[in-house]
Design a protein around this ligand. Structure first.
Ligand SMILES: *[C@@H]1O[C@H](CO)[C@@H](O)[C@H](O)[C@H]1NC(C)=O
Ligand SMILES: *[C@@H]1O[C@H](CO)[C@@H](O)[C@H](O)[C@H]1NC(C)=O
Ligand SMILES: *[C@@H]1O[C@H](CO)[C@@H](O)[C@H](O)[C@H]1NC(C)=O
Ligand SMILES: *[C@@H]1O[C@H](CO)[C@@H](O)[C@H](O)[C@H]1NC(C)=O
Ligand SMILES: *[C@@H]1O[C@H](CO)[C@@H](O)[C@H](O)[C@H]1NC(C)=O
Ligand SMILES: *[C@@H]1O[C@H](CO)[C@@H](O)[C@H](O)[C@H]1NC(C)=O
Length: 558
């Protein structure tokens, strides 16, 4: 069983400290100091051409009905996820990852550190059991020794660096120390006074551990691992840290945070946190250690105290994060150095304890259905569907039907939305109610107008969403094995909410009968089916027969 630090500062009893942005100064300045710093030069020398910055995914497994390791690995490949971090060294997952070319950071759980740090032999055994048994078939590229040890289990602090050194010696003995890097992920709260970044420093009372650690990282060319959550910075400093900066949204120059000492402009919180880590290391005279963001993310659901844990914000943060990393724009301090980042996390871990957000950091549910769709379609297929760069316009909930009807009349009349499909007898006539029809017409208008500002208003009756209104009922149909093998399939799109209960029940029963799913959710069934087919790259003929049987229910979208 893994033991894992809660990735949040808000875990009261731990008394963690949130990075304080209270010193944020808003200045209007020009002239961003640019150019190569010594760090950039030093690190560049050690970077090969294949070291393009990447985004990986953390895989926590406190998920009910988690798919098999084999299905997990196929799924990672379908999603083009090439880097993952595990919170342990799960033998089944490491075995399944063999020959997948997916690179993996494995972890020493916190509760094993004491044993390893006390005994060289234990460290040797650990490496043998968890690394040598799999490498090189499984591309283990890093070992994270514990998670947020210094802030969650400070009593282990004295043993942390010895544990790291012992593990390193064992890697040296196996001649794998160049391929596999060892470090330990820290909570952001280890760094104090994070804004302005140039004044940030490590908690001095831990310097007896941090200095030897940095010496180790510098000597071995290993990264400083940091878990950095702009979400918590925003939540703990509301009114001071703008939401837009936390989400990487474009902001007016006057809203940029300016470091008064360096005059560097910070347009987003994550970059400021990364630079705070660089300045903190510099305070201890270490200038050649790179920052690796082992965790960052945004929850998509929360309780009443977590109003910013929503799908739209989670989508915005994670989509913008991915684009930011793949843009290779570095940070204001180190424009040449883009940190690799691991998103927290792949799955919604429904078995984690409250608050609600704890179970809602994932991009996907445990059954491989997306928790929401990211907007990353120009990232070479990484986590992307061609259709995900989408916003939709739908009828707002709670608007009375008279208002909706007049907005609908306007859209289909003067607005010239294409309302063919919602006419009687057409594909999207059912369900025949004003809200469904209005959503259809609003979106038609919105798309026709090129989504320009103001085209999704309808006097307040409409709202923009990133969730495809037909997503619960749209899926790919694999039109026969040959075409599937050749990677060709048509997208069949169901009109929003046109699901007929009896069809779904039939499919669900078949699914359960086939052992594909035990999910009792009607809504997600077509979705689940499709994910299953995608994930396993195989399907049963019955699947296709079943779909074809219902083909008249669908609109084919090229
Ligand atoms: C630990 O074992 C390695 C060999 O596996 C050896 O090189 C190293 O010197 C040992 N360290 C200590 C402190 O005993
Ligand atoms: C610094 O670390 C010490 C030791 O873990 C801890 O007691 C203290 O609260 C930390 N200080 C701050 C400001 O976080
Ligand atoms: C860093 O270097 C400066 C100048 O060489 C020195 O004065 C200072 O004590 C050093 N700081 C640490 C933490 O080693
Ligand atoms: C694309 O979207 C479908 C559902 O619309 C989903 O099942 C699939 O996993 C997605 N694929 C990728 C590569 O994101
Ligand atoms: C996706 O949306 C972003 C922002 O709206 C835009 O810059 C980008 O060009 C879009 N990509 C595609 C492939 O449409
Ligand atoms: C309206 O939509 C229908 C069905 O999707 C399509 O066949 C028709 O060409 C569209 N009309 C216009 C003017 O775009």
């Amino acid at each position: 069983m893994k033991e894992r630090a809660v990735p949040c500062f808000g875990n009261g009893e731990l008394g963690m400290v949130v990075p304080v942005f209270l010193a944020a100064v808003f200045l209007l300045c020009s002239g961003i100091p640019a150019g190569s710093s010594p760090l950039a030069v030093q690190i560049k020398r050690t970077r090969g051409p294949r070291d393009e910055p990447f985004v990986g995914l953390n895989i926590g497994t406190e998920v009910s009905n988690l798919v098999s390791p084999e299905a997990l690995v196929s799924f990672l490949q379908v999603q083009k996820i090439a880097h993952v971090r595990l919170y342990d060294a799960n033998p089944d997952i490491l075995t399944a990852l063999a020959r997948s070319k997916i690179r993996v950071i494995i972890s020493v759980p916190n509760n094993q550190i004491l044993a390893i740090g006390s005994s060289n032999a234990t460290a040797v055994a650990w490496i043998s059991r968890n690394v040598l048994a799999y490498y090189p078939k499984t591309l283990i590229t890093g070992i994270a020794v514990g998670d947020e040890v210094l802030t969650t289990v400070p009593s282990y602090a004295p043993i942390l660096v010895p544990a790291i050194e012992f593990l390193y010696s064992a890697l040296v003995a196996a001649n794998l120390h160049n391929e596999i890097k060892i470090s330990t992920p820290h909570a952001a709260s280890l760094i104090l006074d994070t804004f302005p970044p140039s004044q940030a420093f490590f908690n001095q009372s831990l310097s007896s551990v941090i200095v030897p650690l940095l010496r180790f990282l510098s000597r071995t060319g290993s990264p400083l691992m940091m878990n950095l959550y702009p979400y918590y910075v925003f939540m703990e400093n509301k009114g001071v840290v703008p939401l837009a900066n936390s989400l990487f949204r474009p902001i007016a120059p006057s809203k940029e945070m300016v470091d008064p000492n360096t005059l560097l402009h910070y347009t987003n919180v994550l970059d400021a946190m990364i630079d705070a880590a660089y300045y903190s290391m510099k305070n201890f005279n270490f200038t050649d250690v790179k920052v690796l963001v082992t965790e960052t993310g945004w929850p998509s659901k929360g309780d009443s105290k977590e109003p910013y844990a929503t799908i739209d914000y989670a989508d915005t943060y994670n989509s913008n994060l991915i684009k930011h990393v793949l843009d290779k724009s570095g940070t204001p301090l180190h424009p040449e150095l883009t940190s690799n980042v691991y998103i927290y996390e792949l799955f919604n871990e429904d078995l984690r304890s409250p608050p609600v957000s704890e179970a809602s950091w994932g991009l996907f549910n445990g059954d491989l259905t997306p928790a929401y769709l990211l907007h990353v379609s120009d990232t070479g297929g990484f986590l992307a569907n061609d259709t995900t760069n989408q916003t939709y316009c739908i009828a707002m909930g709670g608007v009375d039907s008279k208002t909706l009807q007049s907005a609908l009349d306007w859209a289909c009349g003067p607005g010239q939305a294409n309302c063919t499909e919602i006419q009687p007898g057409e594909n999207c006539f059912k369900p025949n109610n004003v809200k469904s029809h209005a959503s259809y017409a609003f979106d038609s208008y919105y798309q026709k107008e090129g989504k320009v500002a103001g085209s999704c208003d309808f006097k307040g009756a409409a709202m923009i969403t990133t969730t495809d209104p037909s997503r619960h009922s749209s899926f790919f149909l694999h039109q026969g094995k040959q075409q599937h093998r050749a990677g060709k399939f048509h997208r069949l799109k169901w009109c929003s909410q046109q699901i007929r209960a009896h069809h779904l029940k039939k499919w669900r029963d078949r699914c359960i009968g086939e052992g594909i799913s035990t999910s009792s959710s009607n809504t997600f069934l077509p979705f689940l089916f499709n994910s299953y087919v995608d994930a396993t790259l195989s399907y049963r003929p019955m699947t296709v027969d079943l779909w074809l049987d219902e083909i008249h229910s669908f609109v084919i979208v090229p």
